[in-house]
Write a new protein. Structure first.
Length: 547
């Protein structure tokens, strides 16, 4: 019997495998920008950082007229914050009961305290003597703001050039320069607000890149999206928002609107990815997870900065809850009745906050340099941090030396027309970048109109300035014009018109930047307390309200 040999079953080889599914192109709105020249971006960043470092650190520890400035060379409100920072180093909490309880959260003063600890500067009687000690932290943070603005605009505009333009404008912005050279809180507020915005922009790009990857892999997103995984940059943004509130409570308006803005960006991303019911997907995949990163994290970060107050037995109002129960006849009694289950230290801190809030609401004492929000955008009333007309070493009969808190005029006076153009641009193009600038502007400016009787100052604009610079850079980008079509991609006449349009646009941008640089150089002595003849000083006072 002969065995029948059957042909062996064929084994699939590499040539028989099914070809992989081609990756689908993701919607353009979700595509991640790939910088073709990242080294150029870092060179631009390094350049503007050097400019910012020079303008903020030059002669930082040598206050003008140190022998005539009261309180060992302290300028303006340094008499409060440098002293409170030293108290934090000694006790872990502020003990400034000589004049009133402390009405601002401690984080900004902790940062000043860190540089005081680093440099030193106390004599045997605990008096502060080294102005460099309390000014290093503001200068470092002010320089970092320039870096953040440059890198954020580079990402938003997909342009190393305009990232550098934004960084340069920020480095030469006078109000930020003066605040970076003075130990008061507003430069720290500016930093943490900008850092929060920058982190949320990175989170926006990362979230859209994940959706783009799902689309490219062939995942059908019409019915919804799978889990998008952790979002560390959103968490960073939430922490930065909490820390900004730990500098000044005015950051709370940024917290609210930035949370809304981030969530709006998420829903727009789901729509761009083709999700059939973007709102339902947004509620499940974005809104619920955001509670941790944009609500819990900011609160935790804020409370952490009060750790010294919690541990200090003699810190202001620390034991309020021990002596105020629901039966105590005080204006806190009803609150204690409803919230008595909350741990005593937290209730004590809440009582402290209520006292501080009422102080701010009732702060209407007249001040010679107060101003209202309407005048801030046009530099209606700058703040005199220091003036000395007694020196006689300038070569003239009368001399003047001043540190004036004022923005670079030719930069600031472009803000109002920029905002009007930006509103039209947002309405006509739905450009998310224009919307982001307007969100930030509304958060930082409109909040001050709720109580116009309150004593207010120009430096309340500090956290707004970087966003106005971003908006101005967007306008300069439009002025520059679109890219010139490559050869053969457009009719010669059209390519020639585009080339000419871009040439004129580049000339306009360069001309404006040259004016800002020249204006900053002209105002430099006023920003830093340079010695001038009286006539030269008066020539810098362009408006009567500046005197």
């Amino acid at each position: 019997m002969t065995a029948t040999l059957e042909a062996p079953a064929s084994v699939p080889g590499p040539d028989d495998a099914e070809p992989p599914h081609p990756r689908r192109p993701a919607p353009a709105q979700l595509a991640r920008w790939q910088d073709p020249r990242p080294l150029l971006g870092w060179l631009m960043t390094a350049f503007v950082t050097l400019v910012a470092g020079f303008t903020r650190f030059w002669a930082l520890g040598s206050p003008p007229g140190a022998n005539t400035v009261p309180k060992n060379g302290m300028l303006f409100d340094e008499v409060y914050y440098a002293v409170e920072a030293q108290e934090l180093l000694r006790y872990g909490y502020e003990d400034n009961r000589g004049y009133m309880f402390v009405v601002h959260p401690p984080l900004g003063k902790w940062l000043i305290a860190a540089s005081e600890w680093l440099v030193g500067g106390r004599d045997s009687t605990e008096n502060l003597t080294n102005s460099l000690g309390w000014r290093i932290a503001p200068a470092v943070v002010g320089t970092l703001v320039v870096v953040l603005v440059a890198r954020t605009v580079r990402r938003m505009m997909h342009s190393n050039l305009f990232g550098g333009v934004a960084g340069l404008l920020m480095a030469l912005e006078g109000l930020s320069v003066v605040l970076s050279r003075t130990a008061i809180l507003d430069i720290f507020l500016q930093f943490f607000v900008v850092a929060a915005f920058a982190a949320l922009v990175v989170d926006r790009d990362a979230m859209r890149a994940r959706l783009a990857g799902l689309v490219a892999d062939g995942v059908d997103l019409a019915a919804g999206t799978p889990s998008l995984g952790p979002r560390p940059w959103r968490l960073v943004g939430g922490v930065m928002l909490g820390l900004s509130c730990a500098v000044k409570w005015s950051a709370s308006s940024f917290l609210v609107l930035f949370v809304i803005m981030s969530l709006v960006w998420d829903r727009a991303a789901f729509r761009s990815a083709g999700v059939r019911h973007p709102t339902a997907t947004w509620a499940h995949r974005s809104l619920v997870p955001a509670v941790g990163s944009l609500v819990v994290a900011p609160i935790a970060a804020y409370l952490f900065t009060w750790l010294g107050w919690f541990t200090g037995e003699n810190s202001w109002n620390r034991h309020w809850a021990d002596t105020h129960s629901s039966t105590t006849h005080s204006y806190f009694g009803r609150l204690d009745f409803w919230f008595g289950w909350i741990p005593g230290p937290i209730r004590s801190l809440a009582a402290y906050h209520l006292d501080a809030y009422r102080f701010h609401e009732q702060l209407d004492s007249p001040h010679s340099y107060q101003s209202n929000p309407w005048s801030w955008l046009v530099l209606g009333r700058p703040v005199d941090f220091y003036y000395n007309g007694a020196e006689k070493t300038c070569g003239a009969k009368d001399c003047s030396r001043e540190v004036l808190l004022i923005g670079t005029p030719l930069l600031w006076w472009a803000f109002v027309p920029m905002l009007l153009w930006l509103a039209w641009h947002w309405f006509s193009t739905r450009d998310w970048r224009a919307g982001a600038v307007w969100f930030a502007f509304a958060a930082g400016w409109l909040v001050w109109f709720q109580n116009l009787d309150r004593t207010m100052f120009l430096f309340y604009m500090a956290p707004l300035v970087p966003f106005l610079v971003i908006g101005l850079t967007l306008a300069l980008g439009v002025m520059w014009g679109p890219a010139v079509p490559v050869a053969g991609a457009a009719p010669p006449a059209r390519a020639h018109a585009a080339r000419r349009r871009r040439l004129w646009g580049a000339a306009g941008v360069a001309g404006y930047l040259a004016l800002v640089v020249a204006d900053f150089a002209w105002m430099w002595p006023i920003f830093t307390g340079g010695l001038l003849t009286y006539d030269d000083w008066h020539a810098h006072m362009w408006l009567p309200s500046w005197v």
